[in-house]
Design a protein around this ligand. Structure first.
Ligand SMILES: N[C@@H](CCC(=O)N[C@@H](CS)C(=O)NCC(=O)O)C(=O)O
Length: 241
């Protein structure tokens, strides 16, 4: 049975799994779950992801959620080139360091910018200035940590070659870019790293995976009115209460 990967490329963790699988020629059935259509709430999808979140995979009888767990599973099962998730324990630990840190930092602050600048306003709600200012401060603090502490003067976070840490970091950093923020403007080192990561992944694959997020601002303009209404209470409670 072919590996099934459940994705919506609007989501950062989905893009990391998609890019990783494609880049490593892992054969899979692409199962699109449209988040804004609420397809994550179907009974069928609940059988694949017990937490009803994307990404998720089904590999025979085995189902798995959480992007980092999925990336590590795919790296190990398909014996992808060592640089992605090095066997050397210290090198691997440095990759894990980023993968552990990002959940409550780069991921959350990058994603918040898309909600605050694009998706919540599309629900007809303006973000209070102090909330927006704090979100921007948090985002900048995380970007500075990636640039100055995780990356330093190395070509990639883990050293000379791209790893899962760079892949997860770049998809997170592209989320505020989709919200119209040029996060690279005053960060030449981060921009040069982004160019290296795009090249290492392959420009065509990188651009294809990011096409949706980079047209997010256009997408909301053509969205059916009321489309986000079912998610509004949950989203406002999460971000604004
Ligand atoms: N920590 C999880 C995050 C998963 C997650 O929050 N996925 C979002 C999309 S980015 C989702 O499926 N949300 C659907 C929902 O909450 O209804 C991972 O890395 O996979």
């Amino acid at each position: 049975m072919t590996l099934e990967i459940y994705l919506d490329l609007f989501s950062q963790p989905c893009r990391s799994v998609y890019i990783f699988a494609k880049k490593n020629n892992i054969q899979f059935d692409y199962k699109k779950i449209a988040l804004f259509d609420g397809e994550q709430y179907t009974e069928e999808f609940g059988k694949v992801s017990m937490i009803r979140k994307l990404p998720a995979i089904r590999d025979g009888d085995f189902c798995l959620a959480e992007s980092i767990a999925i990336l590590v599973y795919l790296a190990e099962k398909f014996h992808t080139p060592d640089h992605w998730y090095p066997a050397d324990s210290q090198k691997r630990a440095k990759v894990n360091e980023y993968l552990s840190w990002q959940h409550s930092a780069m991921r959350i602050h990058g994603s918040k910018m898309l909600w605050f600048r694009v998706l919540i306003p599309a629900m007809g709600v303006e973000i209070p200035k102090e909330k927006m200012d704090t979100a921007l401060e948090d985002l900048n603090a995380s970007l500075n940590l990636v640039e100055q502490n995780f990356l330093q003067d190395k070509p990639f976070i883990g050293g000379d070659q791209i790893s899962l840490a760079d892949l997860v970091a770049i998809v997170e950093i592209m989320q505020p870019v989709g919200a119209g923020l040029d996060v690279f403007e005053d960060r030449p080192k981060l921009r040069a790293w982004k160019d290296r990561v795009r090249e290492a992944i392959g420009a065509e694959l990188f651009d294809e995976a990011h096409q949706g997020i980079l047209s997010a601002q256009e997408m909301v303009k053509t969205m059916e009115p009321g489309k986000m209404e079912p998610f509004k209470p949950k989203i406002l409670k999460y971000f604004l209460s």
